[in-house]
Ligand binder design. Structure first.
Ligand code: SRM
Ligand code: SF4
Length: 572
């Protein structure tokens, strides 16, 4: 008889260390508490290095300092990145004061980084300050549970300040799904909030995730057409809001999106999420549970490169996957209701909601909130947070919306925004740009992303100006490695880092975000990329079709081949 050690897997089947760590973690506790007291190192040791991720932290070191410290025979400068959980990206403005204060006084970089999953990260927290970081979050009703590792991550929801009533209903679902799929272990509260002593816990259960949690990270969105500003096609599980008589009646459910690849590894491929069918809202949680548990039980636990939902669907077939979900949820999917998307970008400047409140969307270059000589972004947002009674909404494009501003406060907020340089002219191409964090904190970075994109976009702006296309927009995205956090494979121009200063250039994503970009050339430096882009942009400026988007143009002209089925077309 094989020994069963957990809800989903037998010990002899455990091949990867990642699986062993989860199973032996005592529901994510490991020895993190003990490790926290170890003053010999600023890092975490053994399994705890991975386990702290389930609690929303990554151990990192500053890669700019690595060599120097190594030469001095010093330990790398370990510090943690903490990622908050914030479904739909909404936070009361007054809570920002504490986040800003913590970032300023207790992190090495003194910045706040908005991510493309509607939350923020604090980089550079020393081990000794970690508990205070969690307590700070707890004091303002937040946490960082399940923002990393093999669980359902921060649930996204279209930012959409205009359709405020539908947004409210959809947002409530994003929160419900997030709570429902959270790990139920008390480990987070015990370790970080001192709720009780950690003892041997025999009775704890993870009814949805199981003791071995999910095979891999899992990502969920709730989307309100026609704005795909959450990039739903990159996510494992998606609920597209269907509205009748101004009320949310149900969702079209799409599954199996994901973007990461391995350079040269044809067993990995990106895939846009595909339709399962329509469900009414009352079935939302049972369908969410059925999808997650099917992926939990059927997902690949041997090879993490093929462990995400898209590979499970590929291995079993979409119909088999769908039937299993229907069986587990006791629901039959109906045909999808019609929906269409027009764009993925944020709508900058002032927008009035149908609730008569005003919303101000502010562009943040790649989500980094800091003060610079041109713009006092961090101070400006802090000033707004001190007077604004409504919310901040973080967008999945790494921007921020000052939302729910009553007419009477509009001038006051605008005055601050202008005074601190928060409102300024930004070109369309810049507004639609995105870069992942990459150097110096990301351990997986192969090339610069965040630190190069602003100058790179300036060069694209110049190029567009030269060809009288300065009002045009192109979605340009950069990722420092093929994990593709900057969602480059859904860009019209996507760069993916290969090595320092070198990128693979991908072209041909579309505006609504459901077409994967195709490789154009490999291993180019910035100069070479710009020479190629100049030629293509020139052709675009001479195009016989005036309003054609750049991504559609490169495909129509055969500059890259359209990817119809990524499994066959991506590497061919
Ligand atoms: Fe990501 C790993 C940053 C969105 C695919 N990602 C990482 C880590 C944690 C590196 C690591 O494992 O040590 C990066 C931390 C860098 C740092 O210093 O902060 C990192 N990912 C980010 C963020 C901050 C990029 C950003 O600039 O906004 C995004 C955080 C989102 C959040 O709040 O949760 C982020 N990552 C994404 C996305 C885009 C998305 O989710 O819409 C993707 C591609 C979509 C997908 O999942 O397919 C993405 N990140 C990855 C992967 C590849 C996963 C895979 O399927 O193989 C890794 C590596 C891994 O998990 O092994 C990764
Ligand atoms: Fe790091 Fe690569 Fe993700 Fe960029 S794409 S943040 S370099 S893991």
């Amino acid at each position: 008889m094989k020994k069963k050690d957990n809800d989903n897997i037998s010990l002899d089947a455990i091949i990867t260390d990642a699986e062993r760590i989860k199973i032996q973690s005592n529901y994510l506790r490991g020895t993190i508490s003990k490790d926290l007291k170890n003053e010999m190192t600023n890092g975490f040791i053994g399994d705890n290095f991975s386990l702290i991720r389930f609690h929303g932290m990554y151990q990192q070191d500053d890669r700019d300092l690595r060599l120097e410290r190594n030469q001095q025979k010093l330990e790398p400068r370990h510090a943690m990145m903490l990622r908050c959980r914030m479904p739909g990206g909404i936070i009361e403005a007054k809570k920002w004061l504490k986040i800003d204060d913590f970032a300023t006084h207790h992190t090495l970089y003194k910045t706040i980084r908005l991510t493309n999953r509607q939350t923020f990260q604090l980089h550079g927290i020393l081990k000794k300050d970690l508990k205070n970081a969690h307590k700070m979050l707890h004091d303002i009703g937040l946490d960082s549970l399940a923002t990393a590792n093999d669980v359902n991550r921060n649930v996204l929801c279209t930012s959409n300040p205009m359709e405020s009533l539908i947004h409210k209903e959809s947002y409530e679902w994003a929160k419900k799904i997030s709570e429902y799929l959270l790990p139920k272990t008390k480990a987070y509260a015990e370790i970080w909030l001192d709720h009780k002593k950690i003892t041997e816990i025999k009775t704890e259960k993870e009814p949805i995730l199981g003791k071995s949690y999910l095979p891999r990270k899992f990502k969920t969105t709730v989307v309100i057409p026609p704005y795909n500003d959450v990039d739903l096609y990159a996510n494992d599980m998606n609920f597209i809001s269907i509205v009748k008589d101004n009320h949310l009646i149900g969702f079209n459910v799409l599954v199996g999106g994901g973007l990461s690849i391995d350079h040269g590894n044809h067993m990995t491929w990106p895939f846009p999420a595909v339709e399962l069918g329509y469900i009414s809202t009352k079935n939302t949680l049972s369908v969410a549970k059925a999808i997650v548990t099917t992926q939990r039980d059927w997902g690949n636990r041997v090879n993490r490169k093929n462990a995400k939902t898209r590979y499970t669907i590929h291995n079993f077939g979409l119909n088999v996957f769908k039937k299993e979900v229907e069986k587990r949820a006791n629901v039959l999917f109906q045909s999808v209701h019609s929906y269409h998307f027009i764009d993925r970008g944020d709508r900058f400047g002032w927008i009035k909601g149908i609730d008569n409140y005003w919303n101000l969307t502010i562009f943040i270059q790649n989500g980094r909130i800091c003060d610079s000589k041109n713009q006092l972004l961090k101070t400006g947002l802090l000033k707004i947070a001190t007077v604004h009674k409504g919310n901040f909404r973080l967008t999945a494009n790494q921007n921020i919306i000052i939302s729910e501003i009553p007419l009477g406060d509009k001038n006051k907020i605008e005055k601050i925004a202008i005074e601190y340089g928060l409102i300024k002219h930004v070109s369309n191409v810049r507004k639609n740009s995105m870069a992942c964090v990459s150097f110096p904190t990301c351990p997986l970075a192969m090339a610069e992303a965040e630190r190069m994109i602003s100058c790179f976009i300036k060069k694209i702006e110049d190029l567009l100006l030269k060809h009288r296309l300065e009002k045009k927009s192109i979605i340009v995205r950069v990722s420092g490695c093929p994990n593709g956090c900057g969602r480059s494979l859904l860009a019209e121009i996507g760069l993916i880092g290969k090595s320092l200063g070198k990128y693979n250039l991908y072209l041909g994503g579309n505006r609504i975000g459901n077409r994967i970009a195709k490789i154009y050339k490999e291993n180019l430096n910035e100069k070479e990329i710009l020479i190629d882009l100049e030629n293509i942009v020139k052709m675009w400026s001479e195009s016989e079709i005036l309003e054609e988007d750049f991504g559609d143009f490169v495909i129509r002209k055969g500059i890259v081949k359209e990817i119809i089925n990524p499994i066959n077309d991506f590497w061919s």
